[in-house]
Design a binder for this molecule. Structure first.
Ligand code: S3P
Length: 172
């Protein structure tokens, strides 16, 4: 079995994933880290030198690879479920339980603001207002995919441990 964490950038997929991996003793895989290792470039460098289309093709390819693994906690990129047939692939993957970590726009803005520069999709946004407007629109488009997940956990006002416990309680 594998637990697949889905959600917008800054929703806590990696932190919750690491906590879950300790709790259930499954291996933790972050798809962004996996892509960086395979491509020998950082995500920001891939976007910069090869472009987003190249990144999305590789993301699709490596998603299929990691979904083959068993007993894993898989943290996806914020855009992963939203391109090509990725969400269908996730939903059809054998033994995969997908969880949408749902965070409010103000919480996403608060968490993403200090890390904007390292994130190619939002690095160009200057003010808090611009970031809020961008996330609002982007999340609206992406929610169609995120909402197809097997489970949704609202993250607002909860710590990492509580979120991980909610996921485990629903499964085991
Ligand atoms: C992206 C999210 C990032 C990374 C890439 C694109 C997106 O992952 O895959 O920068 O399209 O939302 P995180 O959600 O892990 O930051």
């Amino acid at each position: 079995m594998s637990i697949v964490l889905i959600g917008y950038m800054g929703s806590g997929k990696s932190s919750v994933g690491k906590k879950l991996s300790e709790m259930v003793n499954f291996k933790f895989i972050d798809l962004d880290d996996y892509i960086e290792e395979k491509e020998k470039l950082s995500i920001a460098q891939i976007f910069e030198t090869k472009g987003e289309i190249y990144f999305r093709k590789k993301e699709h390819l490596y998603l299929q690879e990691v979904l083959e693994l068993r007993d894993t906690i898989l943290s996806l990129g914020g855009g992963t479920p939203c391109y090509g047939s990725n969400m269908d692939t996730i939903l059809k993957a054998e033994g995969a339980h997908s969880v949408y970590l749902k965070s409010s726009i103000p919480n996403l803005v608060r968490r993403l603001n200090p890390e904007k520069a390292q994130r190619p999709l939002i690095a160009h946004l200057k003010s808090d207002e611009e970031l809020t407007e961008f996330i609002g629109k982007h999340l609206f488009e992406r929610s169609f995919y995120y909402n197809q997940s097997n489970q949704t956990v609202v993250t607002d006002g909860k710590n990492i441990e509580t979120i991980a416990e909610e996921i485990v309680a629903n499964l085991f």
